[in-house]
Ligand binder design. Structure first.
Ligand code: ADP
Ligand code: MG
Length: 624
């Protein structure tokens, strides 16, 4: 059986890891990198994933999708604001969901994440020589039910068997604590590209027990970047009366250079942002350039309110765990944005101690996910590790007057099951609608509705008499299942889910088929390009051999030349695979004959050796 792997499906970057000889190890991707940008680009009907997609973003802003994790499992209403600043088109989809319009076609965020997962797993499978199917995928602890469910579905669309969805900070703590002997209380502080997560855990004797978790799903390094972008665009507008943010290509270049500047400011105290030819003056049509110096102090001023926002979730997590800052033994920094000096400074300020930087902030989450994958698939080297996680947000139902009746409070250990009995508010009420809510606010309208269930067929009774049992069941993935039963009649009633943003079963199945077909199309496209390249380099070789094989019979040389001409034509006219293949076979045979007739002609046909890995690149041509 192939090994199970752990995947950190990040907003910005993704990482995949596997247990190797009792230790989790990152698997490098096909490009040889340990992290893969979570970027998917659509170019014609081809999809590019990772670094290759990121690299062409500025040239293809409308069809290069990044930070899609911000939209996964979300309602349009929740993300409208973020959608507006995206260089690609994010819009409202069916049932209040979110869709991205690419080249006139709507794709779900789940499908985009599935492309990232598919590449990670395909690369890793090739690397370890096993066909990986079983995966553990991580999500921010603060992800609600629909975001988790949507992430699981992304795995399904990628053709994977998602063993478990686990929380990123918990995974990071696993990576940190796997070799630790004594008892420790740790706080994991994870500030990535799009989300902020805080989790407090107790570790000891192979038990990892989450005490509390909190966070902000709208806070991360990308927000820092946007502050720099806003500042640059604002200054530019003052000077040239031109809004760079309205030009998708300019915006994409701004975002890229803002991130670069931010990263530089983690090491240097000032940097220069230089964007020549950013646009044209609308009146004079002369090119305009952007050049600005940014100091670390100015950057910290631009993001000061964002920095302040990390304080509240930390305080909240401590409060929920009934601990104070001094009870925390170690503060573990995870996520690329914890490299920002001002972030470290604020952690030091809140916690009153030096943060622990012993884990790699980019890799800890994936490593921990690999440990979890190992645990689930029974890796003997891991011994008895127990992971106790919690649900991040309170779950309840809406009751009379638009209030919430909580069933499972936040930070309850999962899996968890809870049943409560409700009743009717009117005489002879034939049915009730159960609105399942997630969130901390007392009024239903202020929380996220996960779905509405209708329970019908209640026998006529006075108000308050029927007994309606509502059961909430959270599985180990943190995903909620709700059932309702009318008790007094003993009759089973049907339950319908309405209004969820997650994809329904049919949609998922369709997307699985689509993704497979796409992968198949990609494969055959690649095969086609490879065949063309093989034939073309063989052709070049043949022409050279004809020149060199002076002693060979003329009719043989003519035969090879003729085949070489046909090959050239076939490559140029983009002939089909069968034609390319038959010409390759014929030309190889003729070349062999030629070389036997004139052995001084040199080497064997070398078409295979000339094959290039980068065949997907449309501009690739064999070197002359
Ligand atoms: P995610 O979990 O969202 O995928 P990561 O943990 O990979 O994110 O962090 C990505 C974020 O970290 C990006 O916003 C990136 O710009 C930022 N980042 C990476 N390295 C640095 C650095 N040296 N200084 C500041 N920010 C950094
Ligand atoms: Mg992350």
């Amino acid at each position: 059986m192939a090994k199970a792997v752990g995947i950190d499906l990040g907003t910005t970057n993704s990482v995949i890891a596997v247990m190797e000889g009792g230790k989790p190890e990152v698997i490098v991707n096909a490009e040889g990198a340990r992290t893969t940008p979570s970027v998917v680009a659509y170019k014609g009907d081809e999809r590019l994933v990772g670094q290759i997609a990121k690299r062409q973003a500025a040239l293809n802003p409308a069809a290069t999708l990044f930070e899609v994790k911000r939209f996964i499992g979300r309602r349009w209403e929740e993300v409208k604001e973020e959608a507006a600043r995206s260089p690609f088109k994010v819009k409202e989809g069916p049932g209040g969901s979110v869709r991205i319009e690419v080249n006139g076609k709507d794709v779900a965020p789940e499908q985009v994440s599935a492309e990232v997962l598919r590449k990670m797993v395909a690369d890793a499978s090739a690397k370890i020589g096993q066909n990986i199917k079983d995966v553990v995928i991580t999500v921010p602890a603060y992800f609600d039910n629909s975001q988790r469910e949507a992430t699981r579905q992304a795995g399904e669309i990628a053709g994977l068997n998602v063993l478990r969805v686990i929380n990123e900070p918990t995974a990071a703590a696993l990576a940190y604590g796997i070799d630790k002997k004594g008892n420790e209380t740790v706080l994991v502080f994870d500030l990535g590209g799009g989300t902020f997560d805080v989790t407090i855990l107790e570790l000891g004797d192979g038990v990892f027990e989450v005490k509390s978790t909190s966070g902000d799903t709208h806070l991360g390094g990308a927000d820092f970047d946007h502050r720099i972008v806003d500042w640059l665009a604002g200054e530019f507008k003052q000077e040239h009366n031109f809004d760079l943010k309205k030009d998708p290509q300019a915006l994409q270049r701004l975002i890229e250079s803002a991130e670069k500047a931010k990263i530089e400011l983690s090491a240097a105290s000032e940097t220069t942002i230089s964007l020549p030819f950013i646009t044209f003056d609308p009146e004079t049509r002369t090119p305009l350039h952007l050049e600005r110096k940014l100091t670390r102090a100015k950057f910290e001023e631009l993001v000061s309110d964002l920095l302040r926002r990390v304080r509240e979730p930390v305080t909240q997590a401590l409060r929920d765990a009934k601990l104070s800052a001094s009870d925390i033994d170690e503060v573990i920094l995870v996520g690329g944005s914890t490299r920002v000096p001002a972030v470290k400074r604020i952690v030091r300020e809140i916690m009153g101690k030096e943060p622990n930087e012993s884990v790699n902030p980019d890799e800890a989450v994936a490593l921990g996910a690999a440990v979890q994958a190992g645990i689930i698939s029974g890796d003997a080297a891991l011994g008895d590790i127990v992971l106790v996680d919690v649900t991040p947000l309170t779950l309840g139902v809406e009751v009379k007057g638009g209030m919430v009746a909580p069933l499972i409070p936040r930070n309850t250990t999962v899996p968890a099951k809870k049943t409560e009995v409700f009743t009717t508010a009117e005489n002879n009420q034939p049915g009730v609608e159960i609105n399942v809510l997630q969130g901390e606010r007392p009024m239903a309208a202020d929380n996220k509705s996960l779905g509405k269930f209708k329970l019908e067929g209640i026998p006529p009774m006075r108000a308050g008499q029927p007994q309606i049992e509502v059961t909430f069941d959270i599985d180990a993935n943190g995903i909620l299942h709700v059932t309702a039963r009318e008790k007094s009649s003993g009759k089973e009633s049907s339950i319908r889910i309405e209004n969820t943003t997650t994809l329904d079963k049919n949609e998922v199945e369709r997307m699985v088929r689509e993704a497979e077909a796409n992968a198949e199309a990609d494969r055959s496209r690649r095969e086609h390009v490879e065949k063309k390249n093989t034939l073309d380099s063989l052709r070049l070789q043949a022409q050279q051999q004809v020149e060199e094989a002076s002693s060979a019979p003329q009719d043989l040389k003519d035969k090879v030349s003729k085949l070489a001409d046909e090959a050239k034509q076939a490559v140029e006219s983009d002939a089909d695979n069968a034609r390319l293949q038959s010409l390759t076979t014929d030309l190889e045979a003729a070349l062999r004959e030629l070389m036997q007739a004139a052995p001084q002609g040199g080497s064997q046909p070398q078409a295979e050796a000339k094959k290039d890995d980068d065949v997907v690149d449309a501009d690739f041509k064999p070197a002359d």
